[in-house]
Design a protein around this ligand. Structure first.
Ligand code: MSP
Length: 659
């Protein structure tokens, strides 16, 4: 088996994950699953980048230690990767001792090669990138070209890495290995950057406490990018640290990195290309470590033509979509919608249209139609007679070959398009052969069996190819058409003829129910308003930021500014056109009940609330949600975003204060 090592960038812990982070990891997971099914000895790494000024600042702003902030955000990453069905083999944190051992080894080797020296470091510095820029690289008004935020002038004594020495070796490497940077447009960009001349790189910081101390250079901390990039080696046990799964002694490093047969791929966003395609190979050349095979840079998800990111205040939280429509639907959308390497625009409407067209209709309806017919004609079973040579088979074989070629080349959009073309060939064939008419004349004949079997077999191949992209629902599609367990490999699963004949077919159940677009858009608008008007409203967790996750301490007086009272629900009903909102009338012991709007409709039926006691913020400014005025707020615990109402331990008179 060929070793295949695949990494995502390690993510900063000063922010909760957003769609950009999810995208890279979803791509990596799909590739890893694809490689495993294709028979490669695959190792998939992700993790978090926890040192540096950004994290130190974010933690200070929230009044917590950096490691506390990191722990909290890391647990959110673990939870999200779980929910998304990520199959990584290891998760590295740069605060782990094994990582530090790897970084120290890297520094020792570069030092031994004579590529460090001490010098003065000056320039325009962007704290968000943790990077210096030259005057000509800056955007207007000396703003950072990536974040468009003002840069600051900085000057200090640092350790420098002799990057300039690697200009020619890097150019030679790019020339000899055309696949080193992909896509090609990015390779040209990198090559012309390097050809333009390389300045030595400062690789330490004097005023940074939160990082790995520079060995042998008291008072200096290792520059966060030298630290972070080395994760790709330290996770494998480079430097003697323990690798994932308790492997000691660098066996994983030998197997997945040093082995001449191994393919080593770094998946990254284009924003961090220079670090991966220029600095990283230069560090490795200096340290005498083999270079990665490919650095694959994808584009950005944009919203309103701007990169989705925390620092631009323009964030799409994936947990929203995932919880609402399922992780697999989000995974498919991300892979199908973006041409890998280019930018793409994100919109909820686009997501729903794709879902309804691709999943509810093309896949879901096709499956349920075929299964329903087959059950009816063939006594609850798959068709009894298979078919060897026919137009669907020819289309299927071409589609599977195209899918494999495009997946091998990271052209996910084209790979998936090939599968959907096959679904449409199968539907066209079904319409043309009209088995529902033939059944009347010829009964459950071999001919009718063959037509249905061909279409079901095409669906089986599509679902098998979807296993890497939709790891939870593709097996359900297979089960729905009579294939009880997904195949362990493509060799076993992608040959024509795998659909069992005469196998029992379970009663069809909707795997991808259609989404009512208007209702969802109304729900999102209401949600946006809730987060604007009532940041604490139930359901706001999806918009929660790291800052809220670690709020600073307040004096008790401030708490008492909030008037909390127990109320009894007298009336409860759904807000029209909203899936999320309930309108309540709550008795707070006042002359008239209060009208409140609460985002709890997904967790509670209106009827079950009448007569129940709740805790209400009684002195909140009124807000209007979906056209209904809310005169306060109902309190709920937010369990992963799902509201759980708070209530007194035994009934108390309406209006009783809570303190
Ligand atoms: N910590 C560094 C990476 C160190 S790797 C040795 C970092 N972290 S990050 O949290 O900012 O995540 C960066 C990665 O997230 C990008 O490279 C990209 O993979 C992904 N994305 C972040 N925003 C994105 C979009 N709006 N769209 C697509 N992906 C983007 O940089």
């Amino acid at each position: 088996m060929r070793p295949f090592y695949l990494t995502t960038p390690i993510y900063y812990v000063n922010d909760l994950p957003h769609v950009g982070h999810v995208y890279t990891t979803v791509v990596a997971d799909a590739v890893a699953r694809y490689r495993r099914l294709a028979g490669d000895d695959t190792y998939f790494l992700t993790g978090t980048d926890e040192h540096g000024q950004n994290i130190e600042r974010a933690a200070a702003e929230q009044g917590v230690a950096p490691i506390e902030l990191a722990d909290r955000v890391v647990s959110r990453y673990h939870q999200l990767w779980d929910e998304l069905g990520m199959s990584h083999d290891d998760f590295i944190r740069t605060t782990e001792p094994r990582h530090r051992a790897g970084v120290e080894e890297m520094v020792r080797r570069i030092e031994a090669a004579g590529d460090f020296y001490v010098g003065k470091h000056e320039g325009w510095y962007c704290p968000a990138c943790e990077n210096f820029y030259t005057e000509k690289e800056l955007a207007a008004e000396r703003r950072c070209p990536v974040h468009e935020r003002p840069t600051e002038w900085k000057s200090e004594e640092n350790v420098f890495f002799r990057l300039s020495r690697f200009q020619q070796p890097l150019l030679d490497h790019y020339a000899a290995h055309p696949a080193f940077v992909r896509p090609e447009s990015r390779r040209n960009e990198v090559r012309s950057f390097v050809a333009g001349g390389l300045r030595d790189l400062s690789v330490s910081r004097a005023d940074l406490g939160w990082g790995i101390p520079f060995p042998g250079r008291p008072g200096q901390t290792i520059y966060v990018w030298l630290d972070a990039l080395t994760n790709y080696l330290s996770a494998l046990g480079f430097g003697g640290g323990e690798a994932g799964g308790g492997d000691g002694g660098g066996a994983l490093y030998e197997r997945y990195w040093a082995d001449g047969e191994a393919t080593r791929v770094h998946l990254i966003g284009k924003d961090i290309l220079r670090f991966h395609a220029v600095y990283w190979p230069a560090f490795l050349l200096s340290a005498g470590v083999p270079l990665p095979t490919t650095v694959w840079a994808h584009g950005w998800w944009l919203r309103d033509a701007r990169k989705v990111s925390k620092s631009s205040g323009n964030v799409v939280r994936p947990d929203h979509l995932m919880r609402r429509f399922g992780a697999d639907a989000l995974r498919l959308f991300l892979l199908r919608e973006m041409v890998f390497g280019q930018d793409a625009s994100f919109s909820d409407e686009g997501f729903i249209e794709r879902y309804n067209a691709d999943l509810a209709n093309d896949l879901g309806n096709t499956v349920s139609r075929l299964v329903t017919m087959s059950r009816k004609f063939f006594d609850g079973r798959t068709p009894p007679v298979a078919c060897d040579d026919n137009p669907v088979r020819r289309a299927a074989e071409a589609a599977v070959a195209e899918y494999r070629r495009e997946m091998d080349d990271f052209a996910f959009q084209r790979a998936l398009a090939a599968l959907w073309r096959l679904l449409s060939v199968a539907s066209g064939y079904l319409v043309e052969r009209e088995p529902w008419k033939r059944i009347a004349g010829e009964g459950a004949s071999d001919g009718v069996s063959r037509v249905l079997w061909n279409c079901l077999e095409a669906v089986r191949l599509v679902a098998t190819c979807l296993l890497p992209v939709m790891p939870r629902t593709a097996p359900r599609v297979l089960a729905a058409i009579g294939v009880p367990a997904p195949p362990a490999s493509f060799d076993a699963g992608l040959a024509w003829g795998g659909l069992p004949t005469g196998a029992p077919l379970p009663e069809p159940e909707p795997i991808f129910p259609r989404i009512d677009k208007e209702a969802y858009v109304a729900e999102v608008e209401a949600g946006d308003q809730e987060t604007k008007d009532e940041p604490q409203a139930a359901g706001a967790a999806a918009g929660e930021t790291a800052a809220e996750a670690a709020a600073p301490k307040i004096a008790i007086g401030k708490f008492f500014e909030t008037e909390l009272r127990v109320g009894t629900v007298r009336v409860a009903e759904r807000v029209p056109k909203s899936n999320k909102l309930l309108r309540l009338e709550v008795d707070l012991g006042e002359p008239a009940p209060r009208q409140l709007v609460a985002g709890i409709a997904k967790a509670y039926e209106a009827e079950e609330l009448v007569g129940r006691q709740v805790v209400v913020v009684a002195n909140l400014e009124a807000a209007t949600l979906m056209g209904v005025e809310s005169q306060g707020m109902v309190l709920a615990a937010s369990e992963d975003g799902a509201p759980v109402l708070l209530a007194p331990e035994r009934p108390v008179p309406p209006g009783t204060p809570v303190k």
